[in-house]
Design a protein around this ligand. Structure first.
Ligand SMILES: CC(=O)SCCNC(=O)CCNC(=O)[C@H](O)C(C)(C)COP(=O)(O)OP(=O)(O)OC[C@H]1O[C@@H](n2cnc3c(N)ncnc32)[C@H](O)[C@@H]1OP(=O)(O)O
Length: 388
């Protein structure tokens, strides 16, 4: 069974807060849910399917469904880190196609900024993870695990720090038009290279921000979608994949998007050349570069040249990427922040992005994310969306 054309994205909402010391995570979920349902022209009484990752407060979706006062026929707490919410859209479409629900609500929220989280903090011991006893004594941080991938990519393919910096430059060009973005100043390649080194070769400006916030999506059966007065955004294809440590032979230069991407394009019946806009999970600049290669926008090892010289900037570049400013400049409210990737893709396909970054005739978009640790074990999810 395919999900192609079996469900539509009818509601999307990004919480405008970037710092919420006075709100609970559950409250941010609820406010995001209300925003997405209002956007769709639906109410919580229309919802019979609910999706959120396991990091939701309480017992994940069980507690949240209760808090939101939902009456459900279908729940899903798939957790593949930053890929979770991209996978949730595909899972919602699957559930709708199988008759398990008619209207699926998807919510994400987090307060890592108020909680003082940072990618430079030593990763907590995950007591029952099989690899913890070997890795934890060395104090790995999130940033340095991604830095290893960047260094390896440079070694294998002569990728440069300047090329990586262009990814932040593009994000900043877009973020200047987003009043909610955490970082709105346009930066140059020189600014990125002059910012403090966090984990060689990644500088501070190669990293995503740490923000509070949230977002929500509503996915509905096509008949319901057609009854609402919103542009029709079709789910056309999806893919998921896992990359493990391969018995110790780890090639750090590719991500699981190498599998999830082609699967999504095949189901949608389109190719990377058809895509008008790409939302690409951007925990760090290297994350974007590797996924663009893995999705097939360029060959393996050619990502540095592909992203350089403003090629990801809307209006002038060859592939507009993350036109809201992305995680690098706009927001990154949780390590499962991929929902923002879908939200900006919906804005682009509806023609509701900021006029300065809106892609002309944007009828086909990809949203892709990875969750976990890029160099080590992680998952990927890719989604192809089209305007009807
Ligand atoms: C699957 C996944 O999602 S993995 C990704 C998980 N997320 C992460 O790992 C978070 C990565 N980012 C970080 O850890 C942090 O933002 C860091 C380490 C890059 C920077 O944190 P700090 O050094 O503590 O910076 P701090 O918050 O004190 O801010 C200092 C300055 O840097 C700026 N700044 C902070 N973060 C960033 C950033 N990512 N990019 C650019 N500027 C930044 C601040 O605006 C501030 O500027 P100002 O002095 O002009 O006011």
């Amino acid at each position: 069974m395919t999900i192609h054309g079996r469900a539509h994205l009818v509601g999307a909402y990004e919480h405008p807060t970037r710092k919420a010391p006075d709100k609970s995570v559950a409250q941010l979920h609820a406010e995001s849910a209300a925003g997405a349902l209002a956007d769709a022209g639906l109410t919580k009484d229309d919802v019979d399917g609910y999706f959120c990752a396991g990091d939701a407060p309480g017992l994940g979706p069980l507690a949240m469904a209760d808090y939101l006062n939902l009456r459900l026929r279908h729940l899903d707490s798939t957790d593949i880190g930053g890929a979770s919410y991209i996978a949730h859209v595909a899972h919602a479409a699957q559930a709708i196609a199988m008759g398990r629900c008619n209207v699926a609500l998807i919510t994400l929220a987090g307060r890592p900024r108020s909680a003082g989280h940072s990618g430079t903090a030593a990763r907590p011991v995950i007591a029952d993870a099989p690899d913890s006893p070997w890795e934890t004594p060395f104090g790995p941080t999130t940033v340095n695990l991604y830095a290893m991938c960047a260094r390896r990519h440079m070694h294998e393919f002569a990728t440069t720090a300047e090329q990586l910096a262009w990814i932040k430059v593009a994000a900043s060009h877009h973020a200047q038009h987003n009043p909610d973005a955490m970082l709105r100043d346009v930066v140059t390649v020189e600014d990125v290279l002059a910012s403090p080194m966090v984990a060689d070769p990644l500088h501070r400006l190669d990293c995503c921000v740490v923000s509070d916030g949230g977002g929500a999506l509503v996915v509905a059966r096509p008949e319901i979608a057609r009854s609402l007065r919103r542009p029709l955004i079709r789910v056309m294809g999806a893919g998921e994949a896992h990359k493990g440590q391969g018995g110790g032979e780890v090639d750090l230069t590719y991500s699981a998007a190498r599998v999830s991407g082609p699967a999504a394009f095949a189901e949608a019946g389109v190719t990377p050349a058809d895509i008008k806009y790409a939302s690409v999970y951007d925990s760090f600049t290297i994350t974007v570069l590797m996924q663009l290669e893995d999705l097939g926008f360029c060959g393996k090892g050619q990502g540095g040249r592909f992203v350089a010289d403003g090629n990801l900037i809307s209006g002038t570049g060859r592939l507009p990427v993350n036109t809201d400013g992305g995680g690098l400049c706009n927001n990154h409210p949780a390590n499962r922040g991929g929902i923002t990737k879908v939200i900006e893709a919906v804005r682009q396909l509806r023609g509701e992005a900021h006029p300065a970054v809106q892609v002309r005739n944007c009828d086909l978009a990809v949203a892709t994310g990875i969750g976990g640790l890029l160099g080590s074990r992680h998952g990927a999810a890719t989604l192809i969306l089209g305007r009807e």
